[in-house]
Design a protein around this ligand. Sequence first.
Ligand SMILES: Nc1ncnc2c1ncn2[C@@H]1O[C@H](COP(=O)(O)OP(=O)(O)OP(=O)(O)O)[C@@H](O)[C@H]1O
Ligand SMILES: [Mg+2]
Length: 232
Amino acid sequence: MTTAKEPKNTSNGQVGKIPKRKLLKSDLQRMRIPRRFWPRMKKPLDDFEDKKILIKYYNEICDKVRKGESLILSGPNDIGKTTFACEIIKEARRYGYYGFFIRAYDYIDACFLKEMYNREMTIPERTKEVDVLILDDLGKELGGSDRAIGMLASLIKYRVEECKTTIITTNISTPKEFIVDYGVSFQRSMRGVYHWINFEGPSYRDKMARELKKEYEDDALEAGKEVQRAEK
Ligand SMILES: Nc1ncnc2c1ncn2[C@@H]1O[C@H](COP(=O)(O)OP(=O)(O)OP(=O)(O)O)[C@@H](O)[C@H]1O
Ligand SMILES: [Mg+2]
């Protein structure tokens, strides 16, 4: 398994700066980032309480990945959690770290089906070993078996113990609710490593739906005018 090269320690014990490289299309494909999240985030984050933590995390990504610091981005639908998580693994990739995107329920399926990532490695192996993982939509697999929860708990525990960074996105809205769904021992294995972020933002899909509707209305108006012109 390839991991990013650690930067050399300088004489004063500080870790040297890692050079930044350009992100390629092949990087996005290999990280399995869905196409919707390939372009850079269009609008900066709105102001909310935990925004400062997120910006600091993004700006200090190498340090965070080196330490295995992780995030849970919690909040309602459509507010940009997955979009921001993808910005984080893209930034980590620019510094040479390897990223991988997977939805929690796809991880469960991949474990059962022993799906391959490439010729040498299965998807579950990639998920366990990659430097920076996005585990998207945690909670959507709930209602499944206890075995599925056990698989996720063991993945999280392994990554915490190996100091590997994970960015979880979820609609579960509080740590208490998380304990109800996944149990205390799952939650305890994340303590001291994961920051719980209450992500906030406008509903971007509502905005996109309004824009799409307007586009169709404008087209219909234009088509109506053309018919009128033709009839004259
Ligand atoms: N900062 C942004 N500027 C413009 N569009 C954005 C921004 N963030 C997200 N979007 C768009 O809004 C849509 C929803 O974003 P995203 O999927 O990241 O939300 P989410 O919070 O992860 O939702 P869910 O909980 O349903 O998974 C996407 O199509 C995305 O492109
Ligand atoms: Mg999402």
